[in-house]
Design a protein around this ligand. Sequence first.
Ligand code: ZN
Ligand code: ZN
Length: 291
Amino acid sequence: MSQNKEYEKELKQVMFTDQQQLKTKIISKLRKPSIKYDYNKKRLSIFELDRKFKEENLRCITCSDYFQKFTLTFCGHSFCYLCIFEHLLKSHKCPSCLTTIKGLQFIYCKTIDGFIQSQVVISSQKNNEQYLSRKKDLKVWKAKKKIQTFNIGDLVDILDTEHIWCVGKILNIIQKKKENQILVHYEGWNKVYDECISIQSPRLSSKGLFTNRKDILLYQPSFNQNTMQNYIRQLEHQQTQQTSLLNYLIFQQQNQNQNYIMAIESADRSTLSNLLSLVIYIREMSNDQNS
Ligand SMILES: [Zn+2]
Ligand SMILES: [Zn+2]
Protein backbone atom coordinates (compact mmCIF):
# COMPACT_ATOMS: atom_id res chain seq x y z
CA MET A 1 0.00 0.00 0.00
CA SER A 2 2.66 2.46 0.96
CA GLN A 3 4.60 1.49 -2.15
CA ASN A 4 1.61 2.40 -4.34
CA LYS A 5 1.49 5.83 -2.76
CA GLU A 6 5.11 6.36 -3.60
CA TYR A 7 4.38 5.61 -7.27
CA GLU A 8 1.48 8.04 -7.31
CA LYS A 9 3.69 10.78 -5.98
CA GLU A 10 6.29 10.12 -8.65
CA LEU A 11 3.66 10.12 -11.40
CA LYS A 12 2.30 13.48 -10.25
CA GLN A 13 5.75 14.95 -10.56
CA VAL A 14 6.17 14.00 -14.21
CA MET A 15 2.63 14.99 -15.18
CA PHE A 16 2.17 18.54 -16.52
CA THR A 17 -0.92 20.56 -15.98
CA ASP A 18 -1.33 21.38 -19.64
CA GLN A 19 0.25 20.93 -23.07
CA GLN A 20 1.74 24.44 -23.09
CA GLN A 21 3.68 23.62 -19.96
CA LEU A 22 5.01 20.49 -21.62
CA LYS A 23 6.04 22.40 -24.76
CA THR A 24 7.88 25.14 -22.88
CA LYS A 25 9.70 22.52 -20.87
CA ILE A 26 10.88 20.64 -23.98
CA ILE A 27 11.72 23.76 -26.04
CA SER A 28 13.73 25.30 -23.23
CA LYS A 29 15.71 22.09 -23.12
CA LEU A 30 16.30 22.15 -26.92
CA ARG A 31 17.18 25.83 -27.15
CA LYS A 32 20.34 25.85 -25.21
CA PRO A 33 22.11 29.22 -25.56
CA SER A 34 25.05 27.65 -27.42
CA ILE A 35 22.81 26.12 -30.10
CA LYS A 36 21.00 29.43 -30.59
CA TYR A 37 24.33 31.18 -31.09
CA ASP A 38 25.48 28.65 -33.72
CA TYR A 39 22.19 28.89 -35.51
CA ASN A 40 22.35 32.70 -35.78
CA LYS A 41 25.95 32.55 -36.96
CA LYS A 42 24.98 30.12 -39.72
CA ARG A 43 22.05 32.30 -40.73
CA LEU A 44 24.33 35.33 -41.02
CA SER A 45 26.86 33.47 -43.15
CA ILE A 46 24.05 32.39 -45.53
CA PHE A 47 23.02 36.04 -45.92
CA GLU A 48 26.65 36.96 -46.57
CA LEU A 49 26.78 34.40 -49.41
CA ASP A 50 23.47 35.67 -50.72
CA ARG A 51 24.80 39.23 -50.95
CA LYS A 52 27.94 38.16 -52.86
CA PHE A 53 25.89 35.99 -55.25
CA LYS A 54 23.57 38.86 -56.09
CA GLU A 55 26.37 41.21 -57.05
CA GLU A 56 28.47 38.82 -59.11
CA ASN A 57 26.07 36.39 -60.69
CA LEU A 58 22.89 38.22 -61.48
CA ARG A 59 24.38 40.36 -64.22
CA CYS A 60 24.52 39.58 -67.95
CA ILE A 61 28.07 39.67 -69.39
CA THR A 62 26.81 41.30 -72.59
CA CYS A 63 25.20 44.41 -71.06
CA SER A 64 26.60 44.21 -67.47
CA ASP A 65 23.09 44.90 -66.21
CA TYR A 66 20.77 42.58 -64.26
CA PHE A 67 19.31 39.74 -66.36
CA GLN A 68 16.20 40.94 -68.16
CA LYS A 69 14.19 37.77 -68.92
CA PHE A 70 16.83 35.30 -67.74
CA THR A 71 17.82 33.09 -70.73
CA LEU A 72 20.00 30.00 -70.52
CA THR A 73 21.75 28.61 -73.61
CA PHE A 74 22.43 24.88 -74.03
CA CYS A 75 26.14 25.53 -73.34
CA GLY A 76 25.08 26.66 -69.85
CA HIS A 77 25.58 30.42 -70.13
CA SER A 78 22.97 32.97 -69.15
CA PHE A 79 22.06 36.29 -70.76
CA CYS A 80 19.18 38.72 -71.05
CA TYR A 81 16.79 37.45 -73.73
CA LEU A 82 17.29 40.52 -75.96
CA CYS A 83 21.08 40.48 -75.47
CA ILE A 84 21.53 36.88 -76.71
CA PHE A 85 18.89 37.31 -79.44
CA GLU A 86 20.61 40.45 -80.79
CA HIS A 87 24.06 38.83 -80.50
CA LEU A 88 22.97 35.76 -82.52
CA LEU A 89 21.85 38.02 -85.38
CA LYS A 90 25.50 38.95 -85.90
CA SER A 91 27.40 35.87 -84.78
CA HIS A 92 26.60 32.22 -84.11
CA LYS A 93 29.05 31.88 -81.22
CA CYS A 94 28.16 32.02 -77.53
CA PRO A 95 29.61 35.33 -76.18
CA SER A 96 30.91 33.44 -73.17
CA CYS A 97 32.48 30.19 -74.48
CA LEU A 98 32.34 30.60 -78.31
CA THR A 99 30.31 27.38 -78.75
CA THR A 100 28.23 27.52 -81.94
CA ILE A 101 24.60 28.29 -81.12
CA LYS A 102 21.94 27.83 -83.78
CA GLY A 103 18.22 28.09 -83.31
CA LEU A 104 16.35 29.64 -80.42
CA GLN A 105 16.27 26.68 -78.05
CA PHE A 106 16.65 28.45 -74.72
CA ILE A 107 15.58 27.77 -71.16
CA TYR A 108 13.90 30.56 -69.19
CA CYS A 109 13.35 30.80 -65.44
CA LYS A 110 10.50 32.79 -63.92
CA THR A 111 11.81 32.10 -60.39
CA ILE A 112 15.13 33.81 -61.17
CA ASP A 113 13.31 36.71 -62.90
CA GLY A 114 11.16 37.16 -59.79
CA PHE A 115 14.17 36.95 -57.49
CA ILE A 116 16.13 39.54 -59.51
CA GLN A 117 13.18 41.91 -59.59
CA SER A 118 12.74 41.63 -55.81
CA GLN A 119 16.47 42.26 -55.23
CA VAL A 120 16.53 45.21 -57.67
CA VAL A 121 13.49 46.80 -56.00
CA ILE A 122 15.22 46.89 -52.63
CA SER A 123 18.70 47.81 -53.95
CA SER A 124 18.05 51.39 -55.10
CA GLN A 125 15.42 53.51 -56.79
CA LYS A 126 17.73 54.17 -59.76
CA ASN A 127 18.32 50.43 -60.33
CA ASN A 128 14.63 49.77 -60.05
CA GLU A 129 13.69 52.47 -62.57
CA GLN A 130 16.32 51.20 -65.03
CA TYR A 131 15.10 47.60 -64.63
CA LEU A 132 11.48 48.58 -65.24
CA SER A 133 12.36 50.68 -68.28
CA ARG A 134 14.28 47.75 -69.84
CA LYS A 135 11.32 45.49 -69.08
CA LYS A 136 9.12 47.93 -71.02
CA ASP A 137 11.61 47.96 -73.96
CA LEU A 138 11.38 44.16 -74.18
CA LYS A 139 7.58 44.39 -74.25
CA VAL A 140 7.68 47.00 -77.05
CA TRP A 141 10.15 44.84 -79.05
CA LYS A 142 7.92 41.77 -78.67
CA ALA A 143 4.90 43.76 -79.89
CA LYS A 144 6.88 44.95 -82.95
CA LYS A 145 7.99 41.38 -83.75
CA LYS A 146 4.52 39.86 -83.36
CA ILE A 147 2.62 39.19 -86.59
CA GLN A 148 -0.86 40.65 -86.12
CA THR A 149 -2.81 38.68 -88.73
CA PHE A 150 -1.95 35.72 -90.94
CA ASN A 151 -3.24 35.82 -94.53
CA ILE A 152 -2.30 33.64 -97.49
CA GLY A 153 0.15 35.57 -99.73
CA ASP A 154 1.46 37.78 -96.88
CA LEU A 155 5.22 38.17 -96.45
CA VAL A 156 6.87 37.49 -93.09
CA ASP A 157 10.39 37.28 -91.69
CA ILE A 158 11.40 33.70 -90.91
CA LEU A 159 14.56 32.32 -89.30
CA ASP A 160 15.92 29.37 -91.30
CA THR A 161 17.76 26.32 -89.96
CA GLU A 162 21.10 28.10 -90.51
CA HIS A 163 19.86 30.81 -88.14
CA ILE A 164 19.62 33.43 -90.90
CA TRP A 165 16.51 35.62 -91.23
CA CYS A 166 14.84 35.26 -94.65
CA VAL A 167 11.73 36.64 -96.31
CA GLY A 168 8.96 34.04 -96.37
CA LYS A 169 5.58 33.93 -98.09
CA ILE A 170 2.54 32.36 -96.45
CA LEU A 171 1.23 29.67 -98.84
CA ASN A 172 -1.38 28.15 -96.59
CA ILE A 173 -2.88 28.29 -93.12
CA ILE A 174 -3.37 24.93 -91.43
CA GLN A 175 -5.93 24.67 -88.63
CA LYS A 176 -4.61 22.61 -85.73
CA LYS A 177 -6.22 21.64 -82.44
CA LYS A 178 -3.64 23.39 -80.24
CA GLU A 179 -2.26 26.23 -82.37
CA ASN A 180 -2.54 26.96 -86.07
CA GLN A 181 0.38 26.40 -88.44
CA ILE A 182 1.36 28.20 -91.62
CA LEU A 183 3.06 26.78 -94.71
CA VAL A 184 5.88 29.18 -95.60
CA HIS A 185 7.89 29.43 -98.81
CA TYR A 186 11.40 30.93 -98.53
CA GLU A 187 11.48 33.68 -101.18
CA GLY A 188 14.29 33.10 -103.68
CA TRP A 189 14.87 29.50 -102.55
CA ASN A 190 13.67 26.23 -103.96
CA LYS A 191 10.26 24.94 -102.83
CA VAL A 192 11.91 21.89 -101.21
CA TYR A 193 12.64 24.24 -98.28
CA ASP A 194 8.95 25.15 -97.78
CA GLU A 195 8.13 24.61 -94.15
CA CYS A 196 5.13 24.21 -91.84
CA ILE A 197 5.65 26.29 -88.72
CA SER A 198 3.51 27.10 -85.68
CA ILE A 199 2.19 30.68 -85.69
CA GLN A 200 3.50 31.00 -82.11
CA SER A 201 7.09 30.16 -83.12
CA PRO A 202 9.81 32.66 -82.05
CA ARG A 203 11.32 32.00 -85.53
CA LEU A 204 8.59 34.16 -87.08
CA SER A 205 8.52 37.94 -87.13
CA SER A 206 6.64 40.78 -88.80
CA LYS A 207 8.08 41.48 -92.26
CA GLY A 208 11.24 43.57 -92.47
CA LEU A 209 12.07 43.76 -88.75
CA PHE A 210 15.20 41.70 -89.44
CA THR A 211 15.46 41.30 -93.23
CA ASN A 212 15.56 45.10 -93.70
CA ARG A 213 18.57 45.41 -91.40
CA LYS A 214 22.03 45.89 -92.87
CA ASP A 215 24.04 45.10 -89.74
CA ILE A 216 23.14 41.42 -89.35
CA LEU A 217 23.95 38.11 -91.09
CA LEU A 218 21.81 37.80 -94.22
CA TYR A 219 22.06 35.89 -97.47
CA GLN A 220 23.40 38.13 -100.22
CA PRO A 221 21.58 37.64 -103.54
CA SER A 222 24.03 37.02 -106.39
CA PHE A 223 24.51 39.78 -108.98
CA ASN A 224 22.77 37.62 -111.54
CA GLN A 225 19.26 38.74 -110.66
CA ASN A 226 17.57 36.11 -112.85
CA THR A 227 18.81 33.24 -110.74
CA MET A 228 18.39 33.68 -107.04
CA GLN A 229 19.90 30.24 -106.57
CA ASN A 230 23.43 31.33 -105.79
CA TYR A 231 24.32 33.19 -102.67
CA ILE A 232 27.44 34.54 -101.12
CA ARG A 233 27.09 34.44 -97.41
CA GLN A 234 29.24 36.21 -94.93
CA LEU A 235 29.76 34.77 -91.49
CA GLU A 236 31.38 36.60 -88.69
CA HIS A 237 33.81 34.92 -86.37
CA GLN A 238 34.43 36.95 -83.27
CA GLN A 239 37.57 36.09 -81.44
CA THR A 240 38.40 38.28 -78.47
CA GLN A 241 38.97 41.80 -79.86
CA GLN A 242 39.64 40.86 -83.47
CA THR A 243 36.91 40.34 -85.99
CA SER A 244 37.72 38.10 -88.91
CA LEU A 245 35.34 37.42 -91.76
CA LEU A 246 34.74 34.21 -93.66
CA ASN A 247 32.70 34.14 -96.84
CA TYR A 248 30.69 31.28 -98.21
CA LEU A 249 29.59 30.81 -101.76
CA ILE A 250 26.49 28.67 -101.68
CA PHE A 251 25.26 26.89 -104.78
CA GLN A 252 21.86 25.40 -105.00
CA GLN A 253 21.58 22.93 -107.84
CA GLN A 254 18.37 21.28 -108.80
CA ASN A 255 17.95 18.45 -111.25
CA GLN A 256 14.81 16.52 -112.07
CA ASN A 257 15.27 14.04 -109.29
CA GLN A 258 17.82 15.53 -106.97
CA ASN A 259 18.53 18.76 -105.19
CA TYR A 260 21.79 19.60 -103.50
CA ILE A 261 23.65 22.45 -101.94
CA MET A 262 27.37 23.07 -102.10
CA ALA A 263 29.25 25.62 -100.01
CA ILE A 264 32.76 26.92 -100.70
CA GLU A 265 34.53 28.71 -97.88
CA SER A 266 37.09 31.45 -98.38
CA ALA A 267 38.40 34.45 -96.49
CA ASP A 268 38.59 36.35 -99.76
CA ARG A 269 35.25 37.60 -101.00
CA SER A 270 36.48 38.62 -104.48
CA THR A 271 37.73 35.07 -105.21
CA LEU A 272 34.24 33.79 -104.52
CA SER A 273 32.68 36.53 -106.66
CA ASN A 274 34.90 35.52 -109.60
CA LEU A 275 34.08 31.88 -109.03
CA LEU A 276 30.37 32.67 -108.95
CA SER A 277 30.50 34.57 -112.26
CA LEU A 278 32.39 31.65 -113.81
CA VAL A 279 29.75 29.18 -112.63
CA ILE A 280 26.94 31.37 -113.98
CA TYR A 281 28.79 31.66 -117.32
CA ILE A 282 29.20 27.86 -117.56
CA ARG A 283 25.53 27.34 -116.70
CA GLU A 284 24.37 29.81 -119.32
CA MET A 285 26.59 28.11 -121.93
CA SER A 286 25.17 24.67 -121.09
CA ASN A 287 21.61 26.08 -121.11
CA ASP A 288 22.25 27.51 -124.58
CA GLN A 289 23.56 24.14 -125.79
CA ASN A 290 20.56 22.28 -124.37
CA SER A 291 17.98 24.59 -125.91
ZN1 ZN B 1 22.09 41.66 -71.04
ZN1 ZN C 1 28.42 29.32 -73.78
